[in-house]
Design a protein around this ligand. Structure first.
Ligand SMILES: [Zn+2]
Length: 222
């Protein structure tokens, strides 16, 4: 299924500006971060699916797509577990040590580029739509803005959300030094969008567009 979609995707882009230029990233390690995991399921969809599960499904698809294009990716997690310290005995310590280990992994992979995948939630079911946040690091803002517009063009033409800098309370995105974006793929509190986010086909589409943003975006501004 992914290969068919890749074919269709590249066919659609023929004649436009060059899409896939893996050589530009030869010196950079792509890190894919599936948010949450293990005892930390993150947000829960209306049908009871934990965010951590959807995040991982999208990341694994992105890994396959990027691999197909010759870009090996490093995953912060490849299963339903957290990177917590074995000595962590409270939820707060587990969460903190999990995030610290993710930062260590990313910083050990310099020079890197990070894509963190999450799902959103809001107090009312009305909110919907992908939103891309960027880290306060060189190259991130332009990459985030580019990814937001690509995702809106490809998947959600009526999405008017803008890419924003991540807030200071998000530990991971404020403790790494590489270009980084965090993609809130959609709202699990919106019934229609939650159903889409749980579908294999929609996850493939999201993975394709986000991978495309990495393969297309140039870090020339750094
Ligand atoms: Zn999350």
């Amino acid at each position: 299924m992914i290969l068919i979609m890749l074919f269709l995707w590249t066919a659609r882009h023929q004649g436009e500006a060059p899409c896939f230029q893996p050589m530009r990233f030869a010196q950079r390690t792509l890190i894919l971060d599936a948010g949450h995991g293990g005892e930390d399921g993150g947000a829960i969809s209306l049908t009871g699916t934990p965010e951590s599960q959807i995040n991982l499904a999208i990341v694994l698809k992105m890994r396959d797509i990027c691999g197909f294009w010759g870009i090996p990716a490093v995953l912060t997690r490849a299963g339903d577990y957290s990177l917590k310290d074995s000595s962590a005995d409270t939820i707060v310590k587990m969460k903190r040590s999990d995030l610290e280990h993710r930062v260590e992994l990313i910083e050990a992979s310099k020079p890197a580029a990070l894509i963190s995948i999450h799902q959103n939630i809001f107090s009312t079911p009305k909110a919907w739509g992908t939103q891309v946040f960027y880290a306060p690091t060189g190259g991130s803002e332009q990459w985030g803005v580019f990814t937001q517009s690509l995702m809106a063009d490809a998947l959600q033409p009526e999405n008017t959300r803008r890419s924003k800098q991540i807030t200071e309370d998000i530990f991971l995105m404020n403790h790494i030094t590489c270009p980084a974006i965090l993609v809130e793929c959609g709202f699990l509190s919106n019934g229609e969008e939650a159903r889409l986010l749980e579908q294999d086909e929609y996850q493939c589409q999201l993975a394709l567009v986000i991978a495309d943003s990495y393969l297309t975006y140039s870090f020339a501004s750094e």
